[in-house]
Design a protein around this ligand. Structure first.
Ligand SMILES: [Zn+2]
Length: 344
């Protein structure tokens, strides 16, 4: 008769029904869809219903993007100190210690060398969970050394940003990283080594105002917040309504600020495609590159006769279909006789 006694008690509504058992289901922050954890993982932490991209750690990005077992971390010995002895509600050193304990990271960026579908590259991946992925002297120095490593090895640089901007606890020393990294990226460009910048949610402040926005190719995850100051601050400053979708990837693509929006499940394939493209392009004859400070006259003189001044192409290099390979810069159509005037 136990079942009768149970029936008398009536059905009690479950308390806190929306709370989900840990590790089995996750609720989409955008559309509210309940997603099975395993499926979410299979979709690389993106919602199968609305494509919302959950924030993931730098280590997870490394797993997603690189060939298994090829990532070798570099520059992990560079860590932040507290040069300004900064203290607000808490001491900066305490914040650093807590961030290290909670994330298992030593800084807001992980750098290293890896292979993506067989192509070697230098990788720098920021992590928002470490003090908002903020850029400070140690993070900046790791990125700077990664750029130098890319110049030295001539392997393309891939920098994935996920940051709230410069870390204010290091004041001007954080801001200096913007200039330092960009100066080195100019050197990377002079060396003809490609730089792919990947923007994820959010990429804002000093990071967007420096290295994140100057990639040879700029990719972004869907619906990522990308900008310098946040939309609320801009709205208050200019006292105007902002257009719909302002500072999101889709808006920036329309404005020509980024090259392509790439779903996370397509990111590895897209980067590999670009690496293959750059590897092929690197073997072709290059136009002379102008270095910072170099006179434009010299560059002009050198750039015009490129098609005729090159040594003859090696005879009979077979193309992919057995046809003779013709280098694009030695195309049958002659270069224009007159240059388009460029401002000095
Ligand atoms: Zn969703």
């Amino acid at each position: 008769m136990t079942w009768l006694r149970k029936a008398k008690e009536g059905l009690k509504p479950q308390k806190r029904r929306r709370e989900l058992p840990d590790g089995l289901w996750t609720k989409c922050e955008e559309c509210g869809e309940i997603l099975y954890h395993k499926e979410l993982e299979r979709n690389l932490w993106t919602c199968s219903k609305c494509s919302y991209h959950f924030r993931i750690s730098a280590r997870t990005y490394i797993q997603i993007l690189t060939d298994e077992g090829t990532f070798v971390e570099r520059f992990s010995e560079i860590i932040s100190t507290d040069p300004l002895k900064f203290r607000d509600a808490k001491r900066y050193t305490d914040r650093l210690r807590k961030a290290r304990e909670e994330t298992g990271l030593s800084e807001a960026v992980i750098c290293g060398e890896a292979r993506i579908e067989g192509f070697p590259c230098v990788l720098a991946i920021m992590d928002f969970s470490f003090l908002g992925g903020s850029l400070a002297s140690a993070a900046g120095e790791r990125i700077a050394r990664s750029i130098l490593l890319a110049i030295e090895t001539r392997h393309p640089l891939i920098l994935l940003s996920q940051s709230g901007g410069a870390r204010m606890f290091e004041g001007i020393l954080s801001l200096m990283q913007m200039a330092k990294t960009n100066a080195l990226l100019a050197r990377l460009s002079d060396a003809g080594v490609p730089y792919i910048s990947v923007l994820t949610h959010p990429t804002t402040g000093g990071v967007m105002a420096s290295f994140a926005s100057v990639g040879d190719v700029i990719l972004a995850e869907p619906k990522a917040l990308i900008g310098f100051a946040g939309p609320r601050v801009i709205k208050q400053t200019i006292n105007q309504e902002l257009p719909e979708g302002f500072q999101r990837s889709e808006f920036l693509l329309l404005k020509g600020m980024i090259d392509r929006i790439v779903h996370r499940t397509e990111m590895r394939k897209t980067i590999a495609w670009l690496l293959r493209f750059f590897a092929t392009a690197g073997t072709l004859p290059q136009k002379p590159r102008r270095r910072a400070g170099e006179s434009l006259a010299r560059f002009r003189a050198a750039s015009l006769p490129i098609a005729t001044a090159l040594p003859p192409a090696p005879p009979g290099v077979p193309g992919p279909n057995g046809s003779e390979h013709v280098s694009p810069s030695i195309s049958p159509s002659p270069p224009p006789a007159r240059e388009v005037p460029i401002e000095e």
